[in-house]
Ligand binder design. Structure first.
Ligand code: DC
Length: 230
């Protein structure tokens, strides 16, 4: 059976930085046989391109042009920008912080909207970000808002960065996370906020598997198991 675009099921996983969204969303997508959208990577790519080309964080016109013209390619867990493998560079905190700064501009967000919606392909999509359930896929079949305490998120991000060979300091990370959350939540367009119909999961004291199980259970209840093959 061919599904039209709006019949393709979507699970939106939103939440603050370092809440575990990426790991959880990828795991759920893999188990359901769905595609995975890392929308944060798009904002990070704009940020990285801006840093590489010396574009100022308030030069909206050039930032929007960069967003509209991104030549990117995803291959498994690798990300290529202009055929250059930028997977590691994208994960740097400086790039994440710049991404949060460029993401406040409506013109930048608008330039990335269609690219995100185009990833809605059968048999289904798990989309991870800040506004998946509120703006990009407001009709998502299941909306999850994944959060965790600042302390836990700073610890997780610290571990992640050290594993990737980047320097990390928990006190600085904790301050940066709070500043980033405040900026993401305060912006006037597509702020970081749980959709009214989202299921809020606090993962402070839950492991990845427990969160994944909760989401799969809700996906089954929303009728996604049958279509997704689980
Ligand atoms: O999920 P992440 O940490 O890779 O995202 C980096 C930044 O990009 C985040 O601080 C805010 C922005 N972002 C956004 O505004 N909307 C999204 N859907 C995803 C990310």
């Amino acid at each position: 059976m061919t599904l039209n675009f709006l019949q393709v099921p979507v699970i939106a996983v939103d939440g603050p930085t370092a809440s575990g969204k990426g790991t959880v969303a990828q795991r759920v997508a893999g188990l359901l046989g769905f595609s995975y959208l890392d929308s944060g990577a798009l904002y990070r790519l704009v940020a990285l391109a801006a840093l590489q080309q010396g574009v100022a964080p308030d030069d909206v016109g050039r930032l929007a042009a960069l967003a509209a013209g991104l030549k990117l390619r995803f291959a498994g867990d690798r990300v290529f920008l202009d055929d250059q493998d930028v997977s590691a560079a994208l994960r740097q905190e400086s790039v994440g912080n710049m991404a949060s700064a460029v993401a406040v501009f409506p013109a930048v967000r608008a330039a990335l909207t269609e690219r995100q919606r185009a990833s809605r392909v059968a048999p289904g999509l798990v989309a991870d970000g800040r506004d998946m359930g509120t703006v990009i896929f407001p009709d998502a079949d299941l909306k999850i808002f994944l959060t965790a305490s600042v302390q836990k998120r700073a610890e997780r991000r610290c571990k992640q960065l050290i594993e990737k060979g980047f320097p990390a300091n928990i006190a600085i990370l904790s301050k940066d996370l709070q500043e980033r959350d405040a900026r993401d939540a305060a912006r006037s367009v597509a702020p970081l906020v749980a959709a009214a119909d989202a299921v809020v999961i606090d993962s402070s004291d839950l492991g990845i598997d427990a969160v994944v199980d909760q989401i799969l259970e809700r996906a089954r209840r929303a009728g996604m198991g049958a279509r997704g093959g689980v």
